[in-house]
Each structure stands twice: as structure tokens, then as C-alpha cells.
Design a protein around this ligand. Structure first.
Ligand code: SF4
Length: 456
């Protein structure tokens, strides 16, 4: 996922920077967690009076926030750095690729500085060294919600860094370290600031949202003078009071996740869980060293739906993991048939430099991986279409992303931005982007819903 350079938020802010402020071009690559890092850096830059350029050419230097998760992301990041060097010449690199030894410097020795992920201070130090900050106290003002790279009405909210797990296909813990949870009072304050600034949907992200607070032994923090435990359930219960949608990503199926399902049934938290199961075979899950590998995921999903029938479950799976047999792959297909998950992403296993799984025996040939991917997606398309059809005829709330004449693109509680489907709304001329609306669903396919606006 790439978020290209962007410019000032409005003309007033541009005029406040006269004479011309030092200008930083910014390129953000990678996952939502990297996007949150970018938002923090941009917020600091703006707070110190730097301007943000919409192009390399108009910038005094460029910051590239890289991704190093899989080999194609490494290549994309190295290309972006090369492009910025060619167009601008002064480039600072940050993000996951920066944590991977000398990869960046070996390919692009001309970069000014390289840091790892969530290194706002180190990036700021590098910017100060190569583009001294201006001295204008008025420019130190920054909106309390910070600067966001997503559209105005939704925002990613990172609640922790790092991960205590050691999944064998993943190198994130070696790049980002063990879990460090943010103080619950800070997280809730950020959430409130965002909602006050017009955000209608908070997307809670971390490497393992269900583990929030484990490192702090779930200690009690404070928000608005009230004690709040540093724990997922307590955090989202309070977040759900703010009046925005709260959507949970990267939740593992631990027993305590059951506690948030009643909050979803009550409408305090969006009835949506993004649970990366990755596989259904117990042996493959053990080889992957997945969190909660011993849980009965099927029973858990069924129990969740009994409490909250409107729950949407999204998941991702890997096919062709080393040693995966045809029988184990079929076990995964059977799991999908039984679990009836709403949304599924699937990836053929691809070795990541430095991952423990690379040394596992019996790699699966590429053509078999591709065949399994196609078979899985064929099964899932049918399931997704059947799951979506249950909305047809119902009146639901949607969040409007875009209005174009008499039609609008919106999302229901079942659709996270960028990864899920959309609700295409007709008779939408009275709707406004960034606001909630009530619609009647008239049709569905395997990805999207079609609806009529009830606002006339
Ligand atoms: S839970 Fe596993 S896949 Fe996710 S970041 Fe941690 S080690 Fe990586």
C-alpha cells in the first residue's frame, strides 16, 4: 500500500508559511502501522514549521518511509528511494527496510540517513541536520489530532509497537522488537482528538491487538480522571463512547476476545473482527508458531455469531506453506466451508529473507501454490457472496466515502477501508462524504453491496 507525497491541508496554512518554509517531500509505503509512523513524523514536521511538498521537485529534501515485509515490498521501497534520489537528491530513509542491515546503503549509498521503523526522533534529528528548522513560534501550532494521511473521516490508531510472537514466516519482531503498549490514557486521548477533528471511524491497529497491555501487566491507567485498565476490552469500551465507529484489526482468537463481542452486539464497537487465522491445520499452525494455534477457531467463530449475528469476520490465509500436504490444504477448504467467513485474503507462501520458515523442509512447488490459491479463492467467493446476500432488503447505516452526482461510494460496518468491499448508493445527491447515512440494500455480489439512499 503506498501513500504518495501530499500537500498542505488548506490555503490558510500555506499562506502562514511566507516567506517560504523549508519543505519536505514525504513518501509513505507499507501497512497501516507504517502509515501511523508516517503520520507521527509529518505531525512533528508540521509542528516545527516545515512545509510538506506534493512532489519531489518542490521539496528541499525527501523522507521515504519503507516497507520490508516481503521481497516485492523491498523492491518497491528501493525503487521509491532511487526515484526520490534522481528527482531530488536529498533523501532520508525510515521504516522496516531501514532495519534490515545495510540493504538500503548498499543499493543507494547517496542517501543522507537510514533509520528503522517507529523512529520519529531519529528522523527528526536527520531532518534537522540536513534542513535546519525555522524559528517561527506561530508555526509550532499543530491541530491536537495531528496530521493524517488518510481521508478526513477515518484514521488508523496504533495502540502498540512490536510483537511477542515468533511466527516462523514473519520477521516483524526482529525488526520492531517485543510488544510495547501505549498508555491507555494516551490512546483514548488520541481517539477523542481525532473524533473532535471530524473522524467518524477509528481503525485500531497493532501487530496483535488482542495482546494490548500484556507487557504492562494490564496496569490501570487514567483517562479523564477515570481509572481504565490497559486491556483491549476496557480500551474499546471507552473508545466506543466517543460516537465514532471503532473497528478492530489484527485480533487473535484468544478466549478473552469473547468479551468484546457483547460490545459489538450492543452497537458500541463495529461488529467486525479482522482475525488472521493463516491456516486451519493444527500441524501447519504449529509449524507457523501461530498465536492461539491450539484454540478451536471454528467453535469460537460460531459462539461469537450466536452473541452477535451481524458480526463480520475477515481473515487471511497462507497456502503452500512448507510441508503443506494436499490433505492439509483440503482441511483448510473444509474449515472455510464450515466457518463461513465473510471476507478472506489469501497469499501463496513466499519466503522472506531472515524468516525461520525458510529452513523448513518440503517446499511446495510454485504451480501447486498457485493452484491452491485459485481453488481457495473460488470456494471463498461463493461463501462471501452468500454472506453478503444476507444484507439484501435490510436498512443499514453506512459511512459515505465519496459522492459523485446522484451516486455515492460508502462502506457498511462489514467493510474496512482499502481491504474490503463497498456499498454503492443510488439516489445519493443529499449525502455528504465523511458522514453517516441510512440506506436500504437492494443487491449484492461477492464483494460489494448496492443500495438506495433513505435520505431524500
Ligand atoms: S503475530 Fe506473528 S505474523 Fe504477526 S507480527 Fe507477530 S510474529 Fe509477525
Amino acid at each position: 500500500m503506498s501513500h504518495p507525497a501530499f500537500g498542505p491541508r488548506d490555503g490558510r496554512e500555506r499562506n502562514a508559511r511566507s516567506p517560504r518554509a523549508p519543505t519536505v517531500g514525504f513518501v509513505s509505503l507499507g501497512c497501516p502501522k507504517a502509515l501511523v509512523d508516517s503520520e507521527q513524523i509529518v505531525t512533528r514536521l508540521r509542528a516545527e514549521g516545515y512545509d510538506i511538498a506534493p512532489s519531489y521537485e518542490g521539496a528541499d529534501l525527501v523522507v521515504v518511509n519503507t516497507c520490508g515485509f516481503i521481497d516485492s515490498a523491498v523492491a518497491e521501497s528501493l525503487d521509491a528511494i532511487g526515484e526520490a534520489l534522481a528527482a531530488n537528491g536529498k533523501v532520508i530513509v525510515t521504516g522496516c527496510l531501514g532495519a534490515q542491515g545495510n540493504v538500503v546503503r548498499e543499493t543507494h549509498p547517496a542517501v543522507l540517513a537510514v533509520t528503522g521503523p517507529h523512529a520519529t526522533e531519529a528522523v527528526m534529528d536527520a531532518v534537522h541536520a540536513h534542513l535546519p528548522k525555522p524559528h517561527d513560534p506561530f508555526l509550532d501550532l499543530v491541530p491536537p489530532q495531528g496530521i493524517k494521511l488518510t481521508p478526513k473521516h477515518y484514521a488508523y490508531l496504533k495502540i502498540s509497537e512490536g510483537c511477542n510472537h515468533r511466527c516462523t514466516f514473519c520477521i516483524i519482531p526482529s525488526m520492531r522488537g517485543d510488544l510495547v503498549s501505549r498508555p491507555v490514557g494516551d490512546v483514548l486521548q488520541d481517539a477523542e482528538n481525532l473524533v473532535k477533528a471530524g473522524v467518524r471511524e477509528l481503525l485500531v491497529v497493532s501487530q496483535d491487538t488482542s495482546a494490548y497491555g500484556v507487557d504492562l501487566k494490564y496496569r490501570t491507567g487514567f483517562w479523564k480522571g477515570r481509572p481504565v485498565k490497559t486491556r483491549m476490552t476496557e480500551m474499546v469500551r471507552h473508545m466506543g463512547e466517543l460516537g465514532a465507529w471503532v473497528r478492530l484489526h489484527y485480533v487473535y482468537p484468544y478466549p478473552h476476545v469473547d468479551e468484546v463481542i457483547p460490545l459489538m452486539a450492543e452497537g458500541r464497537v463495529v461488529p467486525y473482527l479482522d482475525v488472521p487465522f493463516q491456516h486451519a491445520s493444527a500441524r501447519i499452525l504449529r509449524l507457523m508458531k501461530r498465536p492461539a494455534a491450539a484454540e478451536n477457531n471454528l467453535a469460537r467463530v460460531r459462539a461469537w455469531r450466536e452473541v452477535c449475528p451481524d458480526l463480520t469476520v475477515r481473515s487471511t490465509f497462507i497456502v503452500g506453506f512448507p510441508g503443506e500436504t494436499e490433505a492439509e490444504f483440503e482441511e483448510l477448504l473444509t474449515f472455510l466451508e464450515e466457518a463461513q467467513l465473510d471476507r478472506v485474503g489469501c497469499f501463496p507462501y513466499s519466503p522472506v529473507t531472515g524468516a525461520a520458515a525458510n529452513s523448513l523442509p518440503d517446499p511446495v512447488p510454485d504451480d501447486v501454490k498457485q493452484d491452491r490459491l485459485a481453488r481457495l479463492m473460488q470456494v471463498q467467493e461463493r461463501i462471501s457472496a452468500a454472506r453478503l446476500s444476507r444484507w439484501v432488503g435490510r436498512e443499514i447505516d453506512v459511512l459515505v466515502d465519496k459522492v459523485d452526482g446522484n451516486t455515492a461510494q460508502a462502506r457498511s460496518t462489514a467493510d474496512a477501508p482499502e481491504i474490503d468491499g463497498r456499498v454503492y448508493v443510488s439516489q445519493a445527491r443529499w449525502l455528504r462524504a465523511g458522514e453517516f447515512a441510512r440506506v436500504r440494500v437492494t443487491g449484492a455480489d461477492e464483494h460489494d453491496l448496492f443500495a438506495d439512499s433513505l435520505t431524500v
